[in-house]
Design a protein around this ligand. Structure first.
Ligand code: HC0
Ligand code: SF4
Length: 564
């Protein structure tokens, strides 16, 4: 086989795209700012350099490995080179690390520590630039940008949005929306994937921690929270639990210690969504094949994408509110009378893996008579912060159950957090045969997993239903192309904006592919051990439809017409 000599040791390789990956195989993680395996190679930061046998310095990310090539990763020249780059970056960077949103998570800070930089030889030349906090989801602080371009490539290559780009030249170069616009005025869909890859604090997910602490400390507020499916399989990672370990019981326990009055599981909302969305699916099938399928509506970044780039498909997107908004509306109604009696008001908080949910919650369509269905959205990361701030020993907590009366959700509601989960849940609801064997067959249709576009066909009565599942907006664009050209026909299409679905949302702890896979497996595992697999078997859902809140009001509380 082919091999390289790395620091005197033989390392075999075959399909590795670049030297960086072969070096990784040798057990060495070279420092990088601008390298992500899912993005194109930019080679701008020059931190990942190695030395060839003639003393030449090469960027390992942009050089393919060659058979019998000899390189070194640790030489005086490389040492000096990397330190120099770091010092130049630090000289051009503001140094308010202790008050930075990214404190403790910043790659620049980490590498400065790793290379033992205690002083910078160059004079401080950083420019103070205006912070852009126009968006409800994303904050841009260009003073902290190191021009690695990760955000630009993520937004363009993976999400097909292109809301941000390099502007100006030389020392004035910055990353910014075109024409120096505010992010909220662009076609940004709030997915937050730019923030997920930003190595510093230049792009971060907006925080609502202050608002939520204030509500918690206010005795006149009833703070009612819901926790999204994907949060439970990722939050524990920050406390040393394995990715995928379901810690929903501990999350509930921790939240009560933090002062949340009442805690629920968003999976109830997901169960409601499937009840409603499958009605629409059956109607679509009844009408017979048209050009467009029924598109799912639970991902707010996908909704924004359709609004800004494909208005022609808006009539075909399900009218269902997202599970978060459905449940939010139900909760506000549920506590209304009690609030009046007790002279308090309910504040509805949602813990989400997502940046776009913050913008979704603020949309005018979800504010009924001046009351928002969901008042604040906190990311998984923000909840982690609260737990750490108070000093709760998360791993030692005894798991707790959610509050009554919304205390039971089905396995269908939990798998929503993985790409393909909504589709699988919908299929379970529409198939005639609900035996374990039939549910297993659905599991093996090919709608689980990380493939970018998944397609399946399912017989239903005398028809065959064609389904597609995509995650990542760039993949959604590819699918739309073949739908619009008439090349392919589908009846149902699930879109989630983040590659991999909600488990890989921008509000989660940063993850690579292995963590994403483990989180996904964790969700499927909690489904496989759950006693109730189908939303229609959930007694809570049953009671809701029979009870006073939803009686004659499903349209008002569970559906939405976007005003765009
Ligand atoms: Fe998701 Fe959801 S599954 S969008 O990814 O549909 O954020 O986890 O909460 O609303 O349930 C996120 C996750 C949710 C919603 C649900 C859906
Ligand atoms: Fe682009 Fe998403 Fe970032 Fe907006 S939030 S700039 S769409 S990557």
């Amino acid at each position: 086989s082919k091999y390289m000599i790395i620091d005197g040791n033989r390392v075999d390789f075959d399909n590795e795209k670049n030297i960086l990956q072969v070096v990784k195989k040798a057990g060495i993680h070279l420092p990088t700012f601008c390298y992500y395996s899912d993005l194109s190679i930019y080679g701008a930061c020059r931190m990942c350099v190695v030395e060839d046998k003639w003393g030449g310095i090469i960027a390992s990310c942009s050089t393919p490995p060659r058979d019998k090539m000899e390189i070194k990763t640790n030489t005086p020249k490389l040492h000096q080179h990397r330190k120099m780059i770091l010092e130049l970056l630090l000289a051009a960077h503001c140094s308010d690390c202790t008050t930075c949103e990214k404190n403790g998570k910043c790659r620049l800070q980490e590498l400065a520590g790793r290379y033992g930089l205690t002083q910078v030889r160059f004079k401080d030349e950083h420019t103070v630039r205006e912070i852009d906090d126009s968006s409800k989801s994303i904050v841009r602080d260009p003073s902290k940008c190191i021009l690695c371009g990760d955000c630009v490539r993520m937004c363009q290559e993976v999400q097909n949005v292109g809301a941000i780009d390099f502007a100006h030249r030389g020392a004035n170069m910055i990353v910014s929306p075109a024409f120096n616009k505010k992010l909220a005025e662009t076609n940004c869909v709030n997915c937050g994937q730019c923030a997920a890859v930003c190595p510093t604090g230049a792009i971060t997910v907006a925080s609502n921690l202050k608002d939520v602490w204030k509500a918690i400390y206010d005795p006149k507020k009833r703070v009612v929270a819901q926790v999204a499916p994907a949060v439970r399989v990722a939050l524990g990672e920050e406390f040393g639990l394995n990715p995928g370990k379901n810690s929903i019981g501990r999350i509930f326990a921790a939240m009560r210690m933090l002062g949340f009055d009442i805690v629920f599981d968003t999976s109830i909302g997901a169960d409601l969504t499937i009840m409603e969305e499958t009605n629409e699916l059956l109607e679509t099938l009844e009408k017979g094949p048209g050009k467009y399928p029924l598109f799912t509506s639970c991902c707010p970044a996908w909704i924004r994408y359709a609004e800004t780039q494909h208005p022609e498909i808006l009539p075909y997107i399900s009218s269902c509110k997202s599970p978060m908004e459905m449940f939010g509306a139900v909760l506000k109604e549920y506590y209304k009378e009690q609030d009046e009696k007790e002279g308090v008001s309910t504040v509805s908080v949602a813990i989400m893996p997502c940046a776009a949910k913050k913008s979704e919650a603020a949309r005018e369509e979800f504010i009924r008579n001046d009351v928002a269905d969901v008042d604040y959205v906190l990311t998984t990361t923000e909840l982690i912060r609260m737990i750490k701030e108070i000093g709760i020993q998360f791993n030692n907590l005894e798991p707790q159950a959610p509050n009554m009366p919304f205390s039971i959700s089905s396995g269908s509601g939990v798998i929503f957090g993985a790409t393909g989960g909504v589709t699988e849940a919908a299929l379970r609801r529409v198939v005639a045969d609900k035996s374990p064997t039939s549910l297993k067959e659905i599991e093996y249709l090919g709608i689980r997993g990380f493939e970018s576009i998944k397609v399946a066909e399912v017989p239903l009565g005398d028809k065959v239903v064609r389904l597609a599942v995509v995650s990542g907006l760039g993949n959604a664009e590819k699918l739309l192309e073949v739908i619009e050209s008439g090349e392919e026909h589908f009846d149902f299409v699930e879109v989630m904006a983040c590659p991999g679905g909600c488990i890989a949302g921008a509000g989660q702890p940063f993850s690579h592919r292995p963590e994403k896979e483990q989180r996904t497996a964790g969700l499927y595992k909690s489904d496989s051990v759950s006693q109730i697999k189908l939303c229609e078997d959930n007694p809570v859902i049953h009671d809701l439809y029979e009870g006073p809140i939803l009686k004659d009001r499903t349209h008002e509380l569970l559906h939405v017409h976007y005003k765009h």
